[in-house]
Write a protein that binds this ligand. Structure first.
Ligand code: SF4
Ligand code: MSK
Length: 631
């Protein structure tokens, strides 16, 4: 039985980090903690979002003495424009990730590096796009589907195709509010155009464009990214794995894959699994090859292969500080440039692979779809050759690790619910067993906990405190990204974690045979959560804004997170934030993100940097939704 006592506490995680930091001092390396100290206190203008450098008359800052920039833009215009640019950047990151994958799908072939792993999902998408499938080669279908997907980026007319997946009420809201997302590239370009010097100065118009742009991500780019990943690499299934730095092995060649795009990590994992590679590693004195993941790449490869997870965002330097990593291979997003100088303090080879993420001091090997597998084999061989360079005196692998059950996309959730529906065939393939549990009050609701960790607060602490409290209150959690990794490190993705839940949630976990936190994937997979909420709302015959389901990002940090928060709000779900968005210098913007969007989409942000107060407001919010539904 797993009780709170045999979980890994935040204090234990911090103890490990402190030890690793001591080692950083010994090798004269710097970590994010050192740099964070040097950056504190942070620039108040930046924090409040009231610094503008959108033209070379500036930069202009709003101060008690200067309430407008040289052009006359006030605090609301400046904070609003900065905020919209953040949404556009986040949307571009997730969507470009999808575009890369679509190009890979377009080049996929039966004998090539990339093949179709989920034909059913491909055929379903073909049907949705109106691509003919009868008597056609599956790859011909795949290529046409890829073209249709790529067209979503630059379509001349019309809106994102996937918005038809939303509830009828959502579609009506988006249409009537004028926030139906058009071409993905167009929304990003429009956002940059609107925020160019001499254009929009109206905060509400900027917020509206933020909602529309984010929808082209959540119901466009991100959703495409997830769909295509499933088609190419398989829709995830439930697997048992392990997480935290203890997954590194003292007598094996350790390779860390880090970033977001599974096209790269999938190849490295496949190459490392080759018998010839294992033999080669043995020939070099290692017991074998140990591939582990970091950040969202960890989520991708854990869900599809059971690859173990070394940790989340702020743990990336810690992995190298163990002195036991032969190679860290990265693709895109959330990669510290600091990894390059840090690797030089050890024998670690730091390999970058994408023209999107070029980092000085790294070994750059541009990954190409047509040569991907051979390149991956070369990389694995290079890592094995590096094993002999490991300095045993510098190695410290913390023992902490926890077992975890991962891989709950919507398909797996439905499958598990079918398992408890018994002879009630009328509820097969629906979320109705879960809805019944919510209506009966056995489950109070669900929270999607997502996002990063962030030195602005005690890293991981807010996640852990919020998760524990929600579970105690019979609220099921679905998690992605680095939030899912906190749950992994703590031991909350374990089926035994049901023992820290309230009686109702515990009963549900036992009946359905699930852990109380369902791992749904990487940050791009928050699109899965939108489909989950939509499916629940549809089976309930209400709109998404009515169901007792909300989003929470306790420690978010990236521009992607701002885009995500906007599309979750657009989908009608409240978002609880533990880090303040950088718009505090504008009363109008603060009002718009917390209350103003409610008039547009029916949802908004609730912001509180105290995790205990934040979780209390989440529970109150869920109870209020229940009361409004009369349950
Ligand atoms: Fe200053 Fe206006 Fe130029 Fe911004 S756009 S830097 S507020 S003059
Ligand atoms: S990796 S965006 S730190 S979740 Fe997706 Fe983690 Fe946040 Fe990056």
């Amino acid at each position: 039985m797993k009780t709170l006592e045999n979980m890994t506490t935040i204090e234990q995680m911090e103890e490990v980090s402190a030890k690793l930091r001591e080692r950083a001092c010994e090798v004269c390396a710097e970590t994010w903690e050192d740099r964070n100290k040097k950056q504190s206190p942070h620039c108040k203008f930046g924090e409040d979002g009231i610094c503008c450098k959108n033209c070379s008359m500036g930069p202009c800052r709003i101060t008690p003495r200067a309430d407008r920039g040289i052009c006359g833009a006030d605090a609301h215009a400046i904070a609003g424009r900065n905020y919209l640019r953040t949404v556009a950047a986040g949307t571009s990151a997730h969507s470009d990730h999808a575009r890369e994958l679509l190009h890979i799908l377009h080049g996929a072939s039966a004998g090539g590096n990339y093949r179709i792993r989920d034909e059913q999902k491909l055929l379903a998408l073909a049907k949705e796009y109106g691509v003919p499938v009868e008597e056609r080669d599956i790859y011909a279908v795949a290529h046409e589907v890829a073209e249709a997907g790529l067209a979503e980026f630059g379509k001349t007319f019309g809106h994102q195709n996937f918005i038809k997946r939303a509830t009828a009420e959502r579609q009506r809201v988006w249409r009537e509010q004028g926030i139906e997302p058009r071409a993905i590239d167009r929304e990003i370009a429009t956002s940059l155009h609107m925020t160019h010097m001499g254009n929009t100065a109206d905060a509400e118009a900027l917020i509206r464009q933020g909602l529309r742009t984010s929808l082209s991500n959540g119901w466009g780019g991100s959703m495409l990214g997830t769909e295509v990943s499933d088609i190419l690499f398989g829709t995830p299934t439930v697997r048992t794995t392990e997480g935290n730095l203890g997954v590194l092995e003292a007598d094996m060649v350790n390779i860390v894959v880090h970033g977001h795009d599974p096209a790269f990590s999938e190849m490295v994992v496949a190459a490392a699994e080759l018998r010839e590679m294992a033999e080669y590693a043995k020939g070099k004195g290692a017991r074998g090859i140990n591939i582990v993941g970091l950040c969202c790449t960890a989520n991708e490869v854990a869900m599809r292969h059971g690859v173990r997870m070394a940790g989340n965002f702020l743990q990336q330097e810690n992995a190298i500080l163990t002195g036991a990593v032969e190679m860290m291979c990265v693709d895109v997003q959330c990669i510290f440039p600091a990894l390059a100088p840090l690797s030089e303090c050890f024998h670690t080879k730091f390999v970058t692979s994408s023209p999107i993420a070029r980092i000085p001091g790294s070994t750059y090997i541009e990954f190409r779809p047509d040569t991907a597998f051979d390149q991956a084999k070369e990389l694995v061989k290079m890592a094995i050759d590096n094993y002999q360079n490991r300095d045993r005196d510098k190695v410290y692998i913390p023992s902490a690790k926890q077992s975890a059950v991962v891989g709950y996309p919507c398909e797996q959730i439905i499958k598990h619910l079918d398992g408890v529906a018994n002879s009630r065939t009328d509820v097969f393939g629906t979320y109705r067993p879960a809805i019944d549990a919510i209506k009966a009050g056995v489950l109070r609701g669900a929270v999607a906990i997502v996002g990063c960790n962030n030195p602005r607060v005690r890293p991981d602490y807010s996640h852990f405190e919020i998760m524990k409290e929600l579970l105690k209150n019979d609220i099921l959690i679905v998690a992605t990204g680095c939030a899912a990794q906190v749950a992994t490190k703590a031991g909350l993705l374990n089926r035994d974690a049901k023992h820290i839940c309230g009686a109702g949630l515990r009963r549900v976990c036992e009946l359905v045979n699930i852990p109380p936190i369902l791992h749904m994937g990487a940050c791009v997979d928050i699109s899965r959560m939108m489909l989950l909420a939509t499916g629940i709302a549809r089976d309930w015959e209400v709109d998404t804004t009515q169901i007792p389901v909300v989003g929470c990002a306790p420690e978010w940090m990236s521009e992607k997170a701002v885009s995500i928060a906007n599309y979750v709000v657009s989908t009608g779900l409240d978002v609880y934030l533990g880090i303040e968005p950088q718009v505090k210098g504008s009363s109008q913007m603060m009002e718009l993100i917390t209350e103003g969007t409610r008039k547009i989409t029916g949802a908004g942000y609730i912001i509180n940097t105290d995790p205990h107060e934040l979780v209390k407001s989440i529970i109150d919010g869920i109870e209020a939704k229940r009361a409004a539904l009369g349950i």
